[in-house]
Design a protein around this ligand. Sequence first.
Ligand SMILES: [Zn+2]
Length: 385
Amino acid sequence: MPEKPIVLDADFDSGSLDVANSRVDGDTVHLAGRDNYNTGNWKWLHFTADNVRGRTLTFQIGNHFDTDPKRLDRLQVVYSLDGERWHYFEHNEHDPQAKTFRFGNHTPFTTNRVAIAYGFPYPLSRLIDHTERIRQSPWVSPTASSNDQLLLGQSPGGTDDLGRTIKPNPIYGYRITDPAEQDPKKTIVLMSGVHPNETLANHTLEALVDWLVSDATHAAALRKIANILVYPMANPDGRFAGYNRSTVQHVDRDANRFWREDLWRDMPDVATVGNALLKDPGGPIDVFIDLHCWTDTQHHVGILCKEEGYWDHPFWRAMIALEPGIASWDSGWDNPSTETFAFLQLKARFCMTFELMYLPGEKLVNLQRIGRHLGEALYRALTCG
Ligand SMILES: [Zn+2]
């Protein structure tokens, strides 16, 4: 009996592949990557292949990878047979001469459908489900800018680079604190989801939030002395559309270069979170963290200004003690990122862009542990300071 043809699909929440230009040739699936921001390159990859049961396939894609083909040298692509648990492919090879990156398993697939991604996906639907769960916690309440549903507002939606209609999506903001303890409290701001392809950051933030609302003794102590403001997905349209760096509305703009009131006027998603950041703290911010990800640089990294003394800040010292493998990179205020906004406009006393990297073989449980350690480091810094 002839085998059913393999069908590729990326038309779903956080999917990304140029399906029209991908093709199957025997047991090789030739993938056409998509990067809405760096035309001609590829970055975020997330798709399903149907009718794969019993077949040992090799997936092949060109090495025109943003930002540098060298970043593919150690890349390990992930797959899932049930849409829940993700595994690294058994073989992943970058061939600079042939300008290809190939990956696959040595044994046949055991299910009819496989989902494949550049790294562990974090669809927008997962964020919506998580926020709905968190809303039930007695420690979670709206911010000054959000309503009972923890909504700051809706994103603008729009038409994406593939011509699809992206509907408006929720933009959330919420506060975690112990309401029985009165002000004054320290103020911590956590945010993520500015860059759509940076899914690992949301896994880490989710674990951190789960710890912050948990029964852990140190989490309870932190809630007594701090208001923790969380903005978990600043660019929901981009995440849903499977973008790399931009919003759906402005396909050519890096969403982390418009964090200033005069720059975000025609960017309602950035403006919604930016205005909430201006209004919600109601006083100085003690710690500001924006969680991002990047390609494989061999370490997870905190990007934080050395000159301002952040490398010796009690929070960062506590974090490095808990996670000695994390590197520190210096930064300044030369572009209008969230970090610059936090420093110049919000007058945050400590600000950092925290980068979870797509390290080969990195386990989800490690990314989640790092999230809990961010919470523990906040506790240590704010209770011993
Ligand atoms: Zn980023």
